[in-house]
Design a protein. Structure first.
Length: 157
């Protein structure tokens, strides 16, 4: 399996501009709440639940109700600006950008909770296609749970 790792530091700085451009092109409203929600996700190396986003925003002086956060997260995931981490019931900002055949995968550290997005290769995406077996794939979730480099080193010590 080939995994293409994203350059996190460079891509994060472009995520807001990409969201602005896509929303302008699609005539979607990139409201202040949606922007702040995406900024909150971008500033966290960990996946955040809706309540985690709410708590972080409250620390930053923005007090929003949970349904408002859920609506913003729904918009961000529908537009491809964020991903839902199924096993954690939490969200992260998409840092791999928008490219054809984008099939995100996630490594999740079971000890510290660090979540890293990776773009899986086209060959892996094709190997997961099951439509020839009488099954139509609507959505694929690829989450790998293990230990990040830092936690692995601390376990060895």
């Amino acid at each position: 399996m080939t995994v293409l790792t994203c350059d996190q530091s460079t891509v994060r700085t472009d995520a807001l501009k990409r969201a602005e451009n896509v929303c302008a092109h699609e005539k979607a409203h990139f409201t202040t709440i949606r922007r702040r929600t995406l900024e909150t996700l971008l500033h966290s190396p960990f996946a955040l639940s809706a309540y985690g986003v709410q708590a972080q925003m409250k620390q930053d002086g923005v007090n929003l109700k949970a349904p408002t956060i859920y609506r913003a997260l729904h918009f961000l995931t529908a537009m491809g600006f964020a991903h839902r981490i199924e096993s954690l019931n939490a969200f992260i900002a998409c840092t791999c950008g928008d490219h054809p055949g984008h099939l995100p995968g996630f490594s999740i550290c079971r000890q510290c909770g660090l979540v890293t997005e990776m773009a899986l290769s086209e060959s892996l995406h094709r190997s997961l296609e099951l439509s020839g077996h009488g099954f139509h794939v609507e959505r694929t979730v690829f989450e790998i749970i293990g230990l990040c480099e830092t936690c692995l080193q601390s376990e060895k010590e």
